[in-house]
Design a protein around this ligand. Structure first.
Ligand SMILES: Cc1cc2nc3c(=O)[nH]c(=O)nc-3n(C[C@H](O)[C@H](O)[C@H](O)COP(=O)(O)O)c2cc1C
Length: 271
């Protein structure tokens, strides 16, 4: 068996941190330092990242792909709390396109989110064409209308949404956002793909304000796509083995929020 671990014996101080942090026990400490047990490596990169001496390389998570964080600033707790609390779902956007570089910035953070077993496994479709965005909204409304006719549990909620759209032509689904990020995954990767999507898009959502963007989860769109509504799927033209796992509207926020909102009281049970 070829080892995926390479140890620089000159640098290694046998601290065993690499073996200690490995989630799947790939590494154990042998006579001459870290050794590969042949267990399944999930390529999380922890063994390489925790090494205080850059003594370890892992062929599945190479040292050369990692970035040193020796000078990482520690976030002030109040700033961090305010930043997290100040995140808002943005439903009004300036009529300005989002540059591709900013979408790339967002997705390069999104792909760093945790995923079950480090499975990752998502791809992203970016929809910017205004006609396609309008058609997605129209298809989602048609789907809602069908459900209303068949009295679904969502009927009371959907009725208001559909009626507003029919009366005003306002984009009540994608909120007039100039860009929709759609996460997709292989169909046989559900439900893990959806879990991974939620973390990945949450990362994008939190990062967005730092590059002047605002976002909102496209839950109606996601539900419509996941229901398999064919007119919507026809618009997306996904490969047949792929499914939508989530959607995020993106654009420049029209308004800024002046206060932090509250939530329901914290419910907590100490055992
Ligand atoms: C999974 C999920 C789906 C959502 N779907 C929609 C949606 O389709 N349309 C919308 O306007 N907001 C949507 N939202 C936003 C929620 O309504 C919003 O998070 C909530 O009202 C709290 O507001 P805040 O995000 O500004 O704190 C969604 C949020 C989540 C987490």
């Amino acid at each position: 068996m070829d080892s995926i671990i390479q140890v620089d014996q000159e640098r290694c101080i046998r601290c065993s941190y690499c073996a200690d942090v490995c989630p799947t026990d790939v590494i154990h400490m042998g006579k001459h330092g870290p050794e590969d047990t042949g267990n399944h490596c999930i390529a999380c990169g922890h063994c390489v990242a925790v090494c205080p001496r850059e003594a370890l390389n892992n062929l599945k998570a190479p040292l050369s792909n990692q970035v040193s964080i020796e000078k990482m600033p520690v976030l002030d707790e109040k700033i961090a709390a305010t930043f997290l609390r100040a995140r808002r779902s943005i439903r009004r956007y300036k009529p300005v396109a989002v540059p591709k570089e900013k979408i790339m910035q967002l997705l390069n953070i999104a792909r760093m989110a945790p995923t079950g077993g480090n499975s990752q496994g998502l791809a992203y479709y970016i929809i910017e064409n205004p006609d396609t965005l309008k058609a997605i909204t129209a298809a989602t409304i048609d789907w809602m209308e069908d459900l209303i006719k068949n009295t679904s549990p969502m009927t009371p909620y959907f009725t208001g949404v559909v009626s507003k759209y029919r009366k005003t032509d306002q984009d009540v689904i994608l909120r007039g956002a100039p860009c929709l990020i759609i996460a997709i995954a292989p169909k046989n990767f559900l439900p893990r793909g959806r879990d991974n999507t939620h973390f990945s898009l949450a990362y994008a959502e939190l990062y967005a304000p730092t590059i002047e963007l605002g976002t909102c989860w496209a839950g109606f769109f996601e539900a419509c796509a996941l229901s398999g509504y064919q007119p919507l799927l026809d618009l997306l033209k996904l490969p047949t083995d792929m499914t939508v796992t989530g959607g995020l509207m993106v654009g420049y926020p029209k308004y800024t929020y002046k206060r932090l909102v509250d939530r329901k009281p914290l419910q907590i049970i100490w055992q």
